[in-house]
Structures are given as structure tokens and as C-alpha cells.
Design a protein around this ligand. Sequence first.
Ligand code: TYM
Length: 328
Amino acid sequence: MKKVLSGIQPSGNLTLGNYIGALKNFVTMQHEYECYFMVVDLHAITVPQEPAALKEQIESLASLYVAAGIDPNKASVFLQSHVPAHAELGWLMTTLSYMGELERMTQFKDKSAGKESIPTGLFVYPTLMAADILLYDADYVPVGDDQKQHLELTRDLSERFNHRFGDTLKVPEPYIPEVGARIMALDDASKKMSKSSPNPSSYIALLDEPDVIRKKIKRATTDSDMSVRFDKEKKPEVTNLISIYAQCSGLSVQQIEEKYEGKGYGDFKKDLAEQVVGTLEPIQQRYKEIRSSGEIYDILKKGAEKANATASKKIKEVKEKMGFLLPN
Ligand code: TYM
């Protein structure tokens, strides 16, 4: 069976962008593939985190995975820090990488821009991500558009390893949704929707109350043309809202355009808000149940056991190929 791996950082409010770009696909892929979905807590500390807040965010994100529909009996749900091979292969991948290729990563450039002291962790972030993927021989990696470049680096590193040490690592493919791979901010369609934005009305958090969601969508920026049409160049704001509508309703872009032909943005936005609320409310309900039951600890334990079994075999093989003397 083909394998899938992906992860999300526990760095605060998960957004509708994370859901549409990644989490939603995790849920559908679990039925077809052997899946590993992790909370990338080691990646989160590439920027400073307050320990108590980090702990809460980790538990919250793992619970959201399950609340969104990941079945822990089908897919392994685990924390990156519970599988030591991630950090270990991360180091080995770092030694295979070049400063130049890491300097070219746009995420690194964005995150380090204007900083006087740039954390080293931010720089080597993509080599740890490559390790995450390569440890499981993942065929597909469901991610949003912003991770494409990291996936390309992962492919380069695995090919480099195989070339130097013999065929060992699977070269993975990104799995990026056609509509919704890059959900944009509600107040500015030139920026991606992001949980780290200082303006909370620029994003919809998965745990936003229904009325907050309605308000944010009502206030979302549109244009003066008043037609519900998908056009990335000329109508980026409305196009973004149509993408969200399509992903939450299951309707195609064309069906949505037809439904709102001749109507203004008022009806469209009202219905869109109900589609988003209808998508998130059951997740929020289930989330509350999971948090109060404490079941997530067992789920994570089981997930880590399965992940460790796979990852420890791979790291052993990698070390053997590189010339390490393995313990008896
Ligand atoms: P992170 O935590 O920034 O985002 C998690 C996932 O959400 C997607 N995403 C979006 N998709 C559409 N529209 C948006 N506005 C939007 N914002 C975020 C991201 O593309 C991502 O898929 N480096 C990764 C985490 C990671 C990982 C991995 C992913 C670490 N190791 C191994 C895959 C495989 C990251 O920072 O994602």
C-alpha cells in the first residue's frame, strides 16, 4: 500500500487555510493509503515558544486532527518529538545539504527578513522536514502550496543520498489540492491566510465561534464589480472566497458561479458563512469531547509506537549505508 505522511506545526490557532490546504486531505487520504500524521512540535521551536503554551497547542492540535475526522485506527497520529529518529535523520540530512540551497528557501527568507539575529533552527528547518518524510518512505505528502519548495528540496536530498550511498530513500511527491492550495487572508488577498497574523479578522480559526465566523466573512474584503466570478488575476478577493465555498460545500467553482449569477455579494457571503460554520461546527463539537475525555494520550501513544516501529528500521538502514557501526 502506498504511504502518506504530513504534519502541521502546533504554533497557535489552526486556520481554515490549514484545514483546506492540508487537514481535509489527510482525512480523505486515510481511506486509501497507509497514513502518518504528526504534530511537528520540533519544528515549532524554530521560533521561541513559551513552554506552557506550547504544551497546550500540541495537545490542541493533536485533538483537532482526530476531531476533523482522522481515525486513529486507520492512520497513525503522533508527535514528532515522540519518535527520536526524526531529530537523528534531521541531522544526517543537514550534513547532506548546502547553505546555498537552504538560503534559497522562500519560507526562510520570509521568516528571517528584518531579523537581527536569525535562529539557526529556522535555517535548517527544511532538512528536518525532509527527514520527517523520508523516514516513512512516503509516496505522497499532502500540503498547501507554500510547502512545494520544501518538498522539492526533500526530493533533491533523497536523490542525493541514493546517488551517494545506494538506493535507500523514496523520492516523494507533493499532493496539493487544485482549488484551495493557497487560501488568502480575508483582509488582503495578496497575503496567505496565516495563524501567525497579528490581525485575527484576517483568518478564520478552526475553533472560532459561529458568530465570529459570520462576522469575519461579512467583513471580508471584496471588490466593486459585484459579480461572483473566479478570476485569480482580476478578482483575487472573490476568487479566494469562492475557493473556500467550493471546499466547504463540495460544489465546483462553476456551480457556485452559476448559483450566484446576477446576485450581489450579500447573498453569497451569507451562504458562504453558513457553509463554513456547517463545516467547522461538528469538528468543534467533537474537539470539545476529545479534550474533556483525555483519550488523546492513548491515541498518541499508539501512534508513536507504530511510527517508531517504521522509523527506527529506516534510520538503521540509512546509518548502515552511510558507514556507521551499528550496535550489536
Ligand atoms: P504549517 O504548520 O505552516 O502548515 C500546515 C499545512 O497547512 C498548509 N497551509 C495552507 N494551505 C492553504 N492555504 C493557506 N493559507 C495555508 N497555510 C498553511 C501548509 O501548506 C501545510 O501543508 N513545514 C510544514 C510542516 C511540516 C511538514 C512536514 C509538512 C513539517 N514536517 C512533513 C509535511 C511533511 C509547515 O510549516 O506547515
